[in-house]
Design a protein around this ligand. Structure first.
Ligand SMILES: O=P(O)(O)OC[C@H]1O[C@H](O)[C@H](O)[C@@H](O)[C@@H]1O
Length: 452
């Protein structure tokens, strides 16, 4: 059964009936590029079949490693940046109690999974070291290239703590490395020290890697069911193969956002009505931004959390400059609903809501917002999900991944590279004094002095 329902009914005043049909030929061509590898970046399409063609032996090894971590660690520190942490963190937030970090170990039942190496903040690392204190912990270091600066620095620090606490031999048994099968500094180190290693397949880029060991090990260690996650994604893999727009809602989403983009709606807000889906938007932003923002074009991916941000960004969305489109991921049925209590005095005037639930109010807020923003000139699309569980999440991940592949080709770019992220890295290496980058550093310092 489909787990995602794409609703474009609020677009009527923005997109004429014929416009979607006019996209069909282009969607067919984009589908051909994606499925048959005739488009740019063809070597990075292996995520397309990850849900059905993953390495089953490795999958079992992931589950075993997760069990070991659960049995010997209070905390799992997952070190990675970009695609090497966003998917795991969004999944863990989506699948667990909102306050699971604050729960006691007994209530949580599973290790706390904490992410590091996704910034260069010393405060963050200091505070995490303090949180770990004397607790038992393990480290999952994740890097496809095996050379990214932020996670490399964090890894040195947590490796040192592991060695101090457990000694070298036991420390090596508490380090799990997820990286390339053959190249990169992390692979070299993992081989030299005998870390248990998991492979990021060649044809899977960072932002498409949540359904490989990158996401699966931390998600499994957190106690979530990765079989169900993969089963949901595999269902979506089957459901989204038709290049006929009328039969493929992921492709409809890709087509509509491109129709809107070409009319000047250049920024897309991914929205939720559930605080535990904030990280989902962060994951989606990398997926969309790195896939599409290149060659001086592309939809700018942003996000908003409702109803919270209706009291901050809401004014701008309703009446500010008109370049926004919105995509809501709407949970149709929360796992737990809470009734609004009755009060005799009704001093707060909420009597009219007595006996109704929080989710009733949340859904009415969503309906009200769609109507208001539509009237205000903001096109709104909705991706409905039935509930929050592993199966639905796997399905939803695949929905957005396949939509982004098609969307990129519709806009005439390579959706699978990210050449632009190197520019700051080169400068940073120059300024940090990395061997080989001396000239860059010299030039930058001279420019900075001139500007001061
Ligand atoms: O996994 P890594 O090689 O460490 O890369 C981590 C991230 O950083 C890079 O700069 C890329 O732009 C991202 O696509 C990638 O997910």
């Amino acid at each position: 059964m489909t787990q995602v329902k794409f609703d474009s009914s609020a677009l009527k005043q923005f997109v004429h009936d014929n416009e979607l049909g006019e996209m069909q030929a282009m969607v067919k061509a984009a589908d051909d590029e994606l499925r048959n590898g005739t488009g740019a970046g063809a070597a990075y399409r292996d995520w397309l079949h990850l849900p059905s063609e993953y390495d089953k032996d490795e999958f079992e090894r992931i589950k075993k490693a997760a069990k070991k971590i659960q049995s010997d660690s209070d905390i799992l520190v997952v070190i990675g940046i970009g695609g090497s942490y966003l998917g795991a963190q969004m999944a863990i937030d989506f699948l667990h109690n909102t306050f699971y970090q604050a729960q006691s170990a007994a209530d949580r039942k599973y290790p706390l999974v904490i992410f590091a190496g996704n910034s260069l903040s010393s405060t963050y690392i200091h505070d995490l070291l303090e949180l770990i204190g004397d607790k038992d912990f393990s480290v999952n270091v994740v890097s496809k290239s095996g050379t990214t600066t932020e996670p490399s620095i964090a890894f040195r620090i947590f490796k040192k703590k592991l060695i101090e606490k457990y000694g070298l031999e036991e420390a090596n048994k508490r380090i799990y490395a997820t990286t390339d099968k053959a190249k990169g500094a992390l692979k070299t180190e993992a081989d030299a020290n005998g870390y248990e290693s998991f492979v990021i397949p060649d044809g899977v880029g960072g932002r498409y890697s949540v359904l490989c060991p990158v996401g699966l090990l931390p998600i499994a260690a957190s106690g979530a069911d990765i079989d169900q996650l993969m089963a949901g994604a595999a269902q979506a893999e089957q459901d989204y193969v038709d290049s006929d727009l009328s039969k493929n809602e992921a492709y409809q989403y890709a087509a509509y956002r491109n129709i809107l983009y070409r009319k000047g709606y250049e920024t897309e807000l991914l929205e939720n009505y559930e605080p535990n889906m904030r990280m989902f938007a962060e994951w989606w932003k990398q997926l969309a931004g790195e896939s599409e923002g290149k060659d001086q074009k592309g939809i700018y991916p942003s996000s908003a959390n409702f109803t919270t941000d209706l009291h901050s960004l809401g004014q701008y969305i309703q009446e500010g400059r008109r370049f926004l489109m919105e995509t809501v991921v709407k949970l149709d049925k929360p796992n737990f609903d809470v009734e609004i209590p009755s009060e005799e005095d009704n001093l707060d005037g909420l009597g009219y809501l007595e006996g109704k639930t929080m989710d009733f109010a949340n859904t009415k807020a969503y309906e009200a917002v769609v109507a208001a923003h539509t009237a205000g000139g903001v096109p709104v699309m909705t991706v409905h999900i039935p509930e929050e569980n592993e199966y639905t999440l796997g399905y939803l991940i695949y929905f957005f991944e396949v939509a982004m592949g098609i969307s990129g080709y519709l806009n005439g770019i390579n959706p699978f590279n990210q050449p632009g992220v190197e520019a700051y890295k080169t400068n940073m290496f120059g300024l940090l004094g990395k061997p080989g980058y001396e000239e860059v550093g010299k030039k930058l310092r001279a420019e900075m002095e001139k500007n001061n």
